[in-house]
Design a protein around this ligand. Structure first.
Ligand SMILES: CC(C)(COP(=O)(O)OP(=O)(O)OC[C@H]1O[C@@H](n2cnc3c(N)ncnc32)[C@H](O)[C@@H]1OP(=O)(O)O)[C@@H](O)C(=O)NCCC(=O)NCCS
Length: 180
């Protein structure tokens, strides 16, 4: 399994990973244009030549980003891929100088295992104004806000150097690979 940035022709495959959740009102849609314009903020998991998972970073400013659109193909869930995708997104965020990472999710346990702490979305007006205010589900939102401080430390070194999202390699498709 490798984690890498997607190619433009993979946009619809990415959207298909969470189409069922979008249809059920559990995840917000991402348009092809939104994905294409920010391909380097997306990561996909590839197994045996197939895209089986995805995650994206959405920036509010240079130091705050959100982990968003995490999805693993239904037949590949429960094998650690979701966790590895979030870890890869965190490594990418660190590499880009992000200091705080936010997520809104129903899979809080997954993020708590990675050190995220529960918070309230009201503490992130950037998120509320940009995404929550226009969201059709805002009056029945059951997502939990979690935040992780990316303070430099020993773990940073491990994340930056061990898993193939190598320093300086982000954005270079061939190098932005993570082979656990
Ligand atoms: C949520 C999702 C990405 C998890 O992917 P996955 O590959 O099955 O997750 P992992 O196997 O990496 O799980 C890692 C850990 O997180 C936990 N976890 C996974 N999904 C969870 C959930 N929905 N709620 C709480 N904990 C969860 C697992 O139990 C596992 O813990 P363990 O190691 O102690 O067993 C996947 O179920 C999915 O795509 N769901 C549909 C889309 C979605 O809901 N995305 C989240 C929106 S932010």
């Amino acid at each position: 399994m490798i984690i890498r940035h997607p190619y433009p022709h993979e946009v619809e495959t990415i959207r298909a990973l969470f189409a069922a959740e979008v249809a059920a009102g559990l995840m917000l849609p991402r348009s092809p244009e939104q994905i294409l314009q920010h391909l380097d903020d997306w990561l996909v998991a590839e197994e045996e030549g197939q895209i089986v998972g995805c995650v994206s970073l959405v920036y509010f400013n240079g130091s705050l980003a959100e982990v968003r659109s995490l999805a693993v193909r239904s037949d590949r869930r429960g094998r650690g891929l979701g966790r590895q995708l979030v870890e890869a997104a965190l490594a990418l965020a660190r590499e880009r100088g992000v200091r705080r990472v936010l997520t809104l999710t129903r899979a809080a346990g997954l993020f708590e295992q990675l050190g995220f702490a529960r918070d309230t979305v009201g503490n992130f007006p950037e998120k509320v104004w940009r995404d929550c205010a226009p969201c059709p589900f805002r009056h029945r939102c059951d997502e939990i806000a979690l935040v992780l401080e990316l303070t430099p430390g020993e773990n940073d070194h491990d994340l930056l150097c061990a898993p193939g999202v190598s320093a300086g390699g982000v954005g270079l498709r061939a190098e932005a690979r993570w082979t656990p």
